[in-house]
Design a protein. Sequence first.
Length: 130
Amino acid sequence: MRRRLLLGSITAGIAVMSAPAVHAAERAPFTAPAFAAAQAAGRPILIEVTAPWCPTCRAQRPHVDAVAADPRLREGVLFTVDFDSQKDVLRQLQVRSQSTLIAFRGAEERGRATGITDPEAIRALLLRAL
């Protein structure tokens, strides 16, 4: 029993020590209640509409992750929407294509783009959520 406690403590300590100092925007699958709660709280919201087969989505992902890790977005939420299975969400957000990125601040949409892969363009778009 003591050995398990000791191993658990060591593992937890390593996890805490290896955790990044900067809190990234929280990544979550899109759900209507979570989106509404983030909007009501006035949080920065980034929405990434993606498909596993989409090369543009794959090219966008590291740049979206880099922006989401920006310390200014530590209170933000990054929602992912699956283009193939969340058609109701696509209608709600008026999205017609995968690789669409949308920036919100609370209920206000602050920017939207489809198919961009330039890191600076992605950064500029997503930082509009601030």
